[in-house]
Design a binder for this molecule. Sequence first.
Ligand SMILES: [Zn+2]
Length: 239
Amino acid sequence: MNNYSNSKKFGQKTVLTIYAHADDEVLPAAGTLTIMSKAGWNVRCLILTDGSLSSSSIKGTRHQEAEAAGKIIGATYEFYALEECKFSTQAVIKVVEEAIMRWQPDLIITHAPQPEKYGHRDHEVCAIAVSNVATRKNIALWYSAPPVFVRGFEPNFFVDITSVIEEKIAAIGCYDSEQAKTFMQLDAILVLSRFWARELGQKDGYFEAFEIARQCVNASFFFNLSTSNECAETQKLIM
Ligand SMILES: [Zn+2]
């Protein structure tokens, strides 16, 4: 594990993303994470595997690519080397519980659990394990959109990422080794971002979609929503 030691500032909110492979985080969430880091959130991306089983002919660069993406979106990374296509739910639960102890996240984002025939096996195991821990520890949990085959994903939270679409494209572009994947290409990124805008009835703009799986709020949540300024828009993200 490569562990970053820069500490959380007092009162700062932390979002912890947990994904099976480096690149899984940027495709569905780079825009939202960029906005959160600009708003002062501590953005931590945990990657479970080293990506060595990727179909890409370029090997061994995924972690450097992730760190380059992190500089753009304002995130720091933590890497594990669980065995791809073989790691167990129990192994992920252990990693996630340790990460929660370290970072005390206010929000966790992970893969959306999907019916088995659609999702990548590693995404599915990760989603189940992370959901188990977040539920037991009562931490807000969002599922992000699958790269393809969105069946089983029920988005109910949409983030306007129009202002940071260039950062999203640049962050995805850091993954040179994965550019042959059709869903990593520019037209696919823009079409999916537009698709979520159309889902909202908007012709223009780019969005990312999430499914809120778990949320718990205190009274200040409603006070924050009742004030209509930029700050309140940010507060909507705070569970
Ligand atoms: Zn993946």
